[in-house]
Design a protein around this ligand. Structure first.
Ligand SMILES: *Cc1c(COP(=O)(O)O)cnc(C)c1O
Length: 419
């Protein structure tokens, strides 16, 4: 069982019509984020990539552990500014519109991850009306990385031709621009590189070393003081092993050694998934169980229009079953018979599968299923409108983590802000 007592008790008390529901364990999130923070040496700044899960309650729960938030759109910058007022924001992402840039400047975003020369000009244009204002710029560079770290990753944003960041040669052109009049309001602060998602600690460290080495040479060549290197996010989350965690201790130790060689440098990381994946569950119930050509299928309320993660990543979402004893219908209770079942949703497409041929022990109609690791890239990346089923409920559980009466819903509603 990966389900926490807080979440299990809460889901057991919901009515069938209150399902499906996203249920978050906020004390668990705070505890995990504090563990991550504690594993990192102090010149390492921890930012949270808001796109992984921008629920206000999630952003607020992380506040004590993170140094700031990475936002990737005008929508995210306004939303995060409102959800965690006063928190530091770094604005990244390709394709920033002039209006987004102007709005974010107005919100006081002072750290920019710039992806092209044109973006430098646009940013300078947005600042022209406020002559005294100065912002810090990190050049996001798509570095040529040596063989090894990126061999086995789920998603690669760099190390090969992609729309992300600057080609190293164009980074030289940007540095030259920033050494000129543009540099009056745009201060070249360092380098940003988010090259891949799904890296374990040894590969992340190897990559961080390559990024820092490249950045040091880049700064020497252009004679600017290298204040900061942001080595991105992408820390691995293993959906096949819900108990596994990225090795933050090894990562922190490795970063400390790297910093020993570069005194005065600030390193920043900006994980998303590895911070919030574990704190959320998508809870639902089995509507029907049937046999098809020798296999068992359990159809649950909801589906991949609420939790698209397994369909986009091609994995099976881990889950626990909460058996429900009562069956007050006159007809026989449908049940799985083969020891394995495919858990499908309500959509009329064969892609609507949350878990394939998963081992189940007599799964029955009416049993509850809690899909784990649904705290990142889950609701907010899903295609909610397809087939017009009702939205899930949202429950952000808080309160003391211990004790049998620990269930204290902080907020419950039928839709998240900004969702
Ligand atoms: C998405 C993203 C992240 C976070 O990635 P995770 O895999 O969720 O850790 C960090 N930085 C940038 C620039 C991103 O686009």
């Amino acid at each position: 069982m990966t389900v926490t007592p807080l979440v299990r008790q809460h889901v057991a008390a919901l009515t069938a019509d209150e399902l499906p529901a996203y249920v978050y364990d906020l004390p668990l999130l705070r505890e995990h984020a504090a563990t991550v923070r504690a594993a990192l040496p102090h010149p390492v700044e921890l930012y949270y990539a808001a796109k992984a899960n921008p629920e206000p309650a999630v952003l607020a729960a992380l506040r004590g552990a993170v140094d700031g938030y990475e936002v990737s759109s005008g929508g995210e910058s306004a939303h995060v500014r409102a959800a965690v007022p006063g928190a530091a924001l770094a604005f990244g992402g390709p394709g920033k519109t002039p209006a987004e840039i102007a709005d974010a400047v107005g919100l006081g975003v002072h750290r920019w991850h710039v992806e092209s020369e044109q973006e430098l000009h646009r940013l300078a244009g947005a600042l022209a009306d406020t002559p005294g204002a100065v912002v810090d710029v990190l050049l996001r560079v798509n570095l040529p990385v040596g063989a090894g770290p990126l061999d086995s990753v789920a998603l690669a944003m760099g190390g090969r031709p992609t729309p992300f960041g600057l080609d190293p040669e164009r980074a030289d052109a940007c540095a030259a621009l920033l050494a000129g009049p543009l540099g009056r309001q745009l201060r070249l602060h360092g380098v940003h590189a988010h090259l891949a998602s799904g890296l374990r600690a040894p590969a992340q460290l190897q990559l961080a070393e390559q990024v820092v080495d490249w950045s040091v040479r880049f700064a020497r060549r252009h004679r600017f003081p290298l204040a900061e290197v942001n080595v991105g996010g992408g820390m691995a989350v293993d959906y096949a092993d819900p108990a596994a965690r990225f090795d933050w201790t090894a990562f922190g130790t490795g970063l400390e050694k790297l910093l020993d060689r570069h005194p005065g440098l600030t390193l920043r990381i900006e994980p998303g998934r590895a911070l919030t994946a574990y704190c959320g569950w998508y809870a639902t119930e089995v509507l029907d169980v049937k046999q098809s050509h020798g296999e068992d299928f359990a159809v649950v309320r909801g589906g991949t229009h609420h939790l698209r993660t397994p369909a986009t990543r091609g994995h099976d979402q881990p889950f626990d079953v909460l058996p429900v004893a009562g069956w007050d219908h006159p007809w026989p209770r449908p049940a799985a018979t083969t020891g394995r079942a495919t858990l499908a949703g309500q959509l009329c497409t064969p892609k609507d599968v949350l878990a394939h041929r998963a081992p189940v022990d007599g799964l029955r109609s009416g049993d509850r299923v809690l899909f784990a690791m649904a705290g990142a890239y889950a609701w907010n990346i899903s295609h909610h409108e397809f087939l017009m089923h009702p939205r899930p409920g949202f429950h952000f559980l808080d309160g003391p983590a211990a004790g049998p009466d620990a269930v204290a819903p902080l907020a419950a509603g039928d839709g998240p802000a900004g969702g």
